[in-house]
Design a protein around this ligand. Structure first.
Ligand code: ATP
Ligand code: MG
Length: 296
């Protein structure tokens, strides 16, 4: 299963991304997912296909090294908790002024086995079994200091094994329950105007849900609305209630989703406005590729 990062191909890929940022034309790239923070690209090489997750540009080598160590640590701790994580390696390129751009690289796994797809295409028995396995993993890993973003699009079911994909933003807290993640860096994709406000007002609430089993399950169920899988919610709620300290109700889940969707929509709108200012007024490339449209 182990692999080495295709360095030459990564160099070419990063050139293409830089070009796409300059022109805002991303048609040369195969985009697997825009995520809320990272950009996930598919890279075909002679040695197979890869999923390459571009992180925000690091202002210094120290901050990149710190982040790489955090990713390694996160993978190890999830593994120990019984969550198999797709093998993940870092690749980076140094930029002028000590900055660096980095990617988390994984083998491209079969997209049709993504759990958000299988919940549509596989039968009821698979769905129920998947959710049971999901609950097992949430229960065995999540603590006030180790978090999980459990949404269905972060899991892939390969050869009967549930594999977790989303480790680019490690969810770990210190003994005083502060994020170990370089939060300001990961929020550089927000317009400057909003950054401080968001950092103060929302960081805690954005991240809190990932650190309790109930929060992770609530977020998972809320996200089923985005995937147009609302019909699965009542059955899953029943399955989950047997194992949670406080039962969930479907109204709470829809309300949660409405709030979450509203927040991300606002952020996307501000990012578009910010990109407009960069291009048309400042005549500078905007350093992120934005999703074409997310339907919520
Ligand atoms: N190894 C992989 N093989 C195939 N597809 C992948 C792989 N990793 C990610 N993907 C696809 O890209 C999507 C986004 O990946 P991932 O969840 O890792 O990042 P993200 O959600 O953008 O992260 P964040 O929200 O933390 O910024 C996945 O839902 C999946 O569709
Ligand atoms: Mg994800």
């Amino acid at each position: 299963m182990t692999f080495s990062v295709p360095s030459d191909a990564m160099d070419t890929l990063e050139d293409q991304v830089t070009q796409a940022l300059r022109t805002t034309d991303d048609r040369a790239l195969t985009i697997l997912g825009y995520g809320e923070v990272t950009l996930v690209l598919r890279l075909e090489t002679g040695a197979g296909a890869f999923a390459c997750k571009r992180l925000p540009v690091f202002p210094s080598r120290e901050r990149l090294d710190r982040h790489s160590a955090l990713v390694d640590d996160y993978v190890t701790r999830l593994d120990k908790g019984g969550v198999s994580v797709a093998e993940t390696r870092m690749w980076h390129r140094s930029l002028r002024g000590g900055r660096a751009v980095a990617y988390c690289v994984q083998k491209a796994l079969p997209e049709e086995r993504l759990c958000s797809r299988l919940l549509h295409t596989a039968g009821d028995a698979w769905c129920e079994g998947f959710f049971e396995r999901f609950l097992d993993r949430v229960e065995s890993t999540v603590t006030p200091r180790l978090g999980l973003d459990g949404q269905a699009s972060n899991w892939i079911d390969v050869d009967g094994e549930l594999v977790y994909l989303d480790v680019t933003t490690p969810l770990m807290r210190d003994e005083r329950e502060r994020e170990l993640l370089d939060v300001p860096l990961f929020f550089t994709s927000l317009p400057w105007l909003m950054r401080d406000v968001v950092r103060l007002a929302m960081t805690k609430s954005i991240f809190d849900k990932f650190y309790s089993p109930r929060g992770v399950v609530l977020d998972f169920l809320g996200n089923l609305h985005k995937e147009r899988l609302e019909r699965l919610v009542p059955r899953f709620v029943e399955q989950a209630d047997a194992r949670l300290d406080r039962p969930l109700d479907t109204e709470e889940i829809s309300a949660y989703y409405r709030d979450d969707a509203r927040m991300w929509e606002l952020i996307q709108r501000l990012r578009r406005a910010d990109r407009f200012v960069h291009h048309k007024i400042l005549h500078r490339p905007y350093p992120f590729l934005l999703p074409r449209r997310v339907t919520r």
